[in-house]
Structure formats: structure tokens, C-alpha cells
Write a protein that binds this ligand. Structure first.
Ligand code: NAG
Ligand code: NAG
Ligand code: NAG
Length: 368
């Protein structure tokens, strides 16, 4: 295969601060043990089993609050950010933000101090939050934003949920080789986030699956280059991964950097559609981990199927790229390099259930 196109390198231009934040977030992930907001309300009264096992006992949310948002002004707030701003710091309630049909043209941040927030739209075709920042755009300080700060919606809080809503970055798609056009639609940096029936639309770097445990169910994710990227520990189930690549594209760039990190992307029962040729996974981190199981591939997969990102650091010896019981006309190409393995049941097993993200403790059975 010819040398990897230049544009693939641009993602690695992440500043040190961001790397430190990511590291501290991933170190923090994995300590607490509790249920999701809804799940918690079912079980909390009788579940005393976690007390005593941990030094600091988990205290779940109590109480509910509903905040309504309507871009036409017929609700509590006209913008999503105003609704988030109305949630107090150190929030301890389940807060349901109902977002009426409409297009919300705003950049939204859910800070780490506001856990237990749910965004619920009127359908992913009907409720859309969008913005248009690119990595090379200048921020308030006059410096370039860089990829991680371009997200139209950024969530740093734990226990975030989104249902039936779309997130877009409407910056134009770059032509291959253009620099600084990374444009994130959504960034999730909080732990235990759940997404159902959501849409993620962009081109290069659409979904920043940055850090923490995440579960994406029946979502639609569209982009061109590395359109799912980061160091999250995530399961994508029953999702459509849709490529709009023109000359070359790639689905997932996973950034696991240590052999004992639990992060990785597990795609289960997904559909890969759109245009190619497309790498299905790229070794963003030295120990990148990506598994596709029971996934259908249209005939869009590039020869070789996978990319080692830079061809110099022997990532093809340290990554874990796997395929299990995949189908479709593109499936053969996904087995196209010797370092992407066809898994047997025992090896695939950890990537086939919500236990991959410790989901039993925070995802209700009806949601998984
Ligand atoms: C839960 O455990 C705590 C500490 O062990 C105890 O004080 C409390 O009474 C228990 N609550 C219930 C509902 O069992
Ligand atoms: C989300 O949309 C799906 C499909 O239209 C629907 O079945 C479901 O009830 C919706 N969920 C919520 C919470 O609105
Ligand atoms: C692995 O990558 C190195 C360069 O990092 C390359 O020389 C080698 O041929 C690759 N091995 C395989 C099996 O692709």
C-alpha cells in the first residue's frame, strides 16, 4: 500500500494540556460504581450492597427536574446552553432537558460539575444542535482551537444521556491533504455516558470518543476521516457508520497508549455504509484496540482494511484489531492484514456484551 496520506497525521497535533487532561480523566475512570440515573431510581432504595466495599461510598442522584427548551421561545429556555447553565454546580438530581424539534445553532458545554443530565430530542431528524468550528479557526485567545476544542457539543460530566437528537459540525468537508479542517460534532469526556437514537454528523473527526465508558445504541455516525476517535472505552451496538469519504477515509482511530489500559472501541451488530475506500480502523495509540463483531460491511473497505497510522513505530505488533463473524461484500477486506485477527469465540467474548463498559452497573436492561 502507498504511504499514508498526509492528512492522517494532522490529528496527532494535540497540545500537551489536552493530553494531560485525557490522562487524568482516564485514570479517574473506573473507580465509582453505581447505576445510571433512571436505573438508579429503580434500585437505589434496596441496593445497599456497595456500602462497605469502598472507602468512599457512592451517593447517587435523588429527585428529578425537567427543563424545557424551544428554539421558538415556547419553553423555559430558547437555547440548550441556557438550560445547562440553569443546572446548579455539583448537581445531584436527574435533570431531563427536553429539547423541542428545531435547529439549535450554538456551541454547548456540559461541565464536569453537572452530572446526571439527559438531552432528549424530538427525534434525530427533528432536533439538531450544530456549530461549525474547525481546528485551524482562532479561539478567543487568538490561538488555533485544535481538534478537541472544535466540538459543537462537549460533555465533561459523568452520567450524561442523550436520546433522539442529532449533533452536527457543519464546517465544509476537507479535500484530502488539507490541514486544519478537523471539525468535531460531539465530544464525550465524561464517564458512563449513554446514547440512544442519536445522530452525529461531520466529516473529519466527527465524534470525539475521548475518555470514559460509553454506550452508543442505534446511533447514526457520519464522517470521512477518523470519524470516531479518542481513547474512550466504548460499545457501539446496532449503529450505522456512514462514510462520506471522497478519495480515502477511515472509520475509527483509537488512542489506547498503554498495554494495560481497558479502553477500546467494540462495534457490535453495526452497518458500515457510504463511500470509500475506507480503512475500518487506525492505530492512533500504540496499543490501539478496535473490534468489529457481527457487522455488515458494504463494498467500501480499502485494500488491507486497517492502517498503522505512521509506519514507523511498529504499531502493527502492539495493536489489537479484531473481527468476529462479520458479513457483507466488504467483510473480506477487513481481514486484509495479518495483524488484524479473525477472533475465536473466547477472544471475541469480552467485546460482545455491555460488560465491556461495566454496563451492568449503570445501563438498565431495557436500554442495552
Ligand atoms: C446501608 O448500609 C449502611 C452502612 O452499612 C447502614 O447504616 C444502613 O442502615 C443500610 N441501609 C439499608 C437500607 O440497609
Ligand atoms: C426515540 O425514538 C424512537 C424511534 O422513533 C422511539 O421509539 C422512542 O420512543 C423515542 N424515545 C424517546 C425517549 O423519545
Ligand atoms: C509492520 O510495520 C513495519 C513498519 O513499522 C513494517 O516494516 C512491517 O512490514 C509491518 N509488518 C507487517 C506484517 O505488516
Amino acid at each position: 500500500m502507498a504511504a499514508s496520506p498526509n492528512f492522517f497525521y494532522s490529528l496527532s497535533l494535540i497540545n500537551i494540556t489536552t493530553i494531560l487532561i485525557i490522562l487524568s480523566l482516564s485514570l479517574n475512570a473506573g473507580n465509582s460504581r453505581a447505576s445510571s440515573p433512571q436505573y438508579h431510581s429503580i434500585n437505589s432504595a434496596s441496593d445497599n450492597s456497595t456500602s462497605g466495599k469502598h472507602h468512599h461510598r457512592w451517593v447517587g442522584p435523588s429527585g428529578h427536574r425537567v427543563i424545557t427548551v424551544d428554539v421558538n421561545g415556547l419553553a423555559d429556555y430558547p437555547t440548550v446552553q441556557a438550560a445547562v447553565d440553569a443546572v446548579p454546580q455539583n448537581n445531584m438530581k436527574n435533570v431531563l432537558i427536553l429539547i423541542a424539534a428545531g435547529c439549535y445553532i450554538e456551541k454547548v458545554v456540559v461541565p464536569a460539575s453537572k452530572p446526571y443530565i439527559t438531552f432528549q430530542g424530538a427525534g434525530r431528524e427533528r432536533t439538531v444542535i450544530e456549530w461549525h468550528d474547525r481546528a485551524s479557526d482562532k479561539g478567543a485567545d487568538g490561538q488555533q482551537l485544535r481538534t478537541y476544542h472544535t466540538a459543537s457539543v462537549s460533555v465533561f460530566a459523568n452520567y450524561f444521556i442523550a436520546r433522539n437528537i442529532s449533533f452536527k459540525n457543519t464546517a465544509p468537508a476537507p479535500m484530502p491533504g488539507m490541514q486544519g479542517w478537523q471539525a468535531v460534532a460531539f465530544r464525550i469526556s465524561g464517564d458512563k455516558a449513554f446514547f440512544s437514537g442519536c445522530g452525529f454528523h461531520g466529516a473529519q473527526d466527527t465524534l470525539c470518543d475521548d475518555a470514559g465508558r460509553h454506550y452508543f445504541k442505534e446511533c447514526y455516525i457520519e464522517g470521512s476521516i477518523d470519524f470516531i476517535f479518542g481513547n474512550g472505552r466504548s460499545m457501539y451496538k446496532d449503529c450505522e457508520l456512514h462514510s462520506i469519504a471522497t478519495r480515502f477515509g477511515s472509520i475509527a482511530a483509537q488512542d489506547r497508549n498503554l498495554a494495560d489500559e481497558k479502553t477500546g472501541f467494540a462495534f457490535l451488530n453495526c452497518r458500515v455504509t457510504g463511500t470509500g475506500p475506507l480503512y475500518v480502523g487506525r492505530a492512533m495509540g500504540q496499543y490501539s484496540r478496535i473490534v468489529f463483531s457481527y457487522t455488515y460491511f458494504e463494498d467500501v473497505v480499502a485494500h488491507g482494511g486497517w492502517d498503522d497510522w505512521d509506519h514507523v513505530s511498529n504499531k502493527n505488533k502492539t495493536v489489537f484489531f479484531g473481527v468476529y463473524k462479520c458479513s457483507g461484500p466488504g467483510a473480506a477486506a477487513v481481514r486484509g492484514v495479518s495483524w488484524a485477527r479473525e477472533l475465536d469465540y473466547d477472544t471475541a467474548h469480552p467485546f460482545l456484551a455491555k460488560s465491556f463498559v461495566n454496563g451492568r452497573h449503570w445501563i438498565s436492561p431495557s436500554d442495552a
